[in-house]
Design a protein around this ligand. Structure first.
Ligand code: PGA
Length: 248
C-alpha cells in the first residue's frame, strides 16, 4: 500500500469558490509533476463540498474522505450525515474521533465505536484519531490513554475488518500549535501502538509541515500523515507530498 497523505480541511474554506480553487491548485500541480507514484492523497473537505468534488475528482488520482459521519444509515436524525450518503458521493475514507469532535461535541469512545462500525458496514475506511492531551502528557499517562482509546474505540470489531481501519496518532497538544511531536517520541509511541495492533496502517498528525513530514515516514516509521493547517496552503501541501514521494 502507498504512503497515505490525508488533508483535513476542517471548516475551511468558507465558499465553494474557495474550495474549488484550493482543490484545483493541488490537482493541477500533481498532474503536472506526476509525483503520485508512492503516495495516495486524500482530501477531506467539509460535507457541503463533497458531492461537487466527487465530479471534479473523477479520473483523478486524488481520493475523497469525510471528516465525520453518523452511526445510523437513515432515519429521523436531524442534521446528521450517514455513511451511506458519504459513500454515494464518492468518499473512500472517513475521519472519526478527531480530538476536536471529542472536545467540542463530547464524542466518547462508545460513540466513536458505533461510527466506526457503521462506516465499515458501508465499505468506508475509517481513520480513527487517537492522542493524549497536554494534561495527560504531563502526568505521564500517554500509553494508558492510547491503550484505552484503542481498546474501547475498536471494541467488538471483527478481526476481518480490522485491516480496513487506519489509526492516526495525533497528540492533541500538537494539533494546530506548530508544536509537533519529536520524531524519537513519535517512534516510541508507534512501536507501542504496533504491539497492540500488528497489521494496521498508522498515520501521524499534529503540526505536520514540509520540513518535518519526511521524518515521520522515514525515521519514525509511520505509513502516512494527517495534515490540517498545511493542507490549506497548496504550495506547502504539495511540498509535503513531494518530500515523501522522493523518499520512496
Ligand atoms: P494540524 O491539524 O496539522 O493543523 O496540526 C491536524 C489535524 O487536526 O488533523
Amino acid at each position: 500500500m502507498k504512503t497515505l497523505i490525508v488533508a483535513n480541511w476542517k471548516m475551511n474554506p468558507l465558499t465553494l469558490f474557495g474550495a474549488r480553487k484550493l482543490l484545483n491548485s493541488v490537482k493541477r500541480e500533481l498532474l503536472k509533476n506526476r509525483i503520485l507514484k508512492g503516495v495516495e492523497v486524500v482530501i477531506c473537505p467539509p460535507f457541503t463540498y463533497l458531492a461537487h468534488f466527487f465530479l471534479l475528482l473523477k479520473r483523478s488520482q486524488l481520493k475523497l474522505g469525510a471528516q465525520d459521519c453518523f452511526w445510523e444509515q437513515t432515519g429521523a436524525f436531524t442534521g446528521e450525515i450517514s455513511p451511506r450518503m458519504l459513500k454515494d458521493v464518492g468518499c473512500v475514507y472517513v475521519i472519526l474521533g478527531h480530538s476536536e469532535r471529542r472536545q467540542h461535541f463530547n464524542e466518547t469512545e462508545d460513540i466513536i465505536n458505533k461510527k466506526i462500525k457503521a462506516a465499515l458496514m458501508t465499505g468506508l475506511k475509517p481513520i480513527l484519531c487517537i492522542g493524549e492531551n497536554s494534561d495527560e502528557r504531563e502526568k505521564g499517562n500517554v500509553f494508558d490513554v492510547l491503550k484505552y482509546q484503542l481498546q474501547y474505540g475498536l471494541k467488538g470489531i471483527p478481526e476481518k475488518d480490522m485491516k480496513n481501519i487506519i489509526i492516526a496518532y495525533e497528540p492533541v497538544w500538537a494539533i494546530g500549535t506548530g508544536n509537533f511531536c519529536e520524531i524519537d517520541k513519535a517512534n516510541e509511541i508507534l512501536v507501542f501502538l504496533r504491539k497492540i495492533l500488528k497489521t494496521n496502517y498508522f498515520l501521524y498528525g499534529g503540526s505536520v509541515n514540509s520540513q518535518n513530514a519526511k521524518d515521520y515516514i522515514k525515521n519514525a516509521g509511520f505509513e502516512g500523515l494527517l495534515v490540517g493547517n498545511a493542507s490549506l496552503k497548496p504550495e506547502e501541501f504539495l511540498n509535503i507530498i513531494k518530500s515523501i514521494d522522493q523518499t520512496l
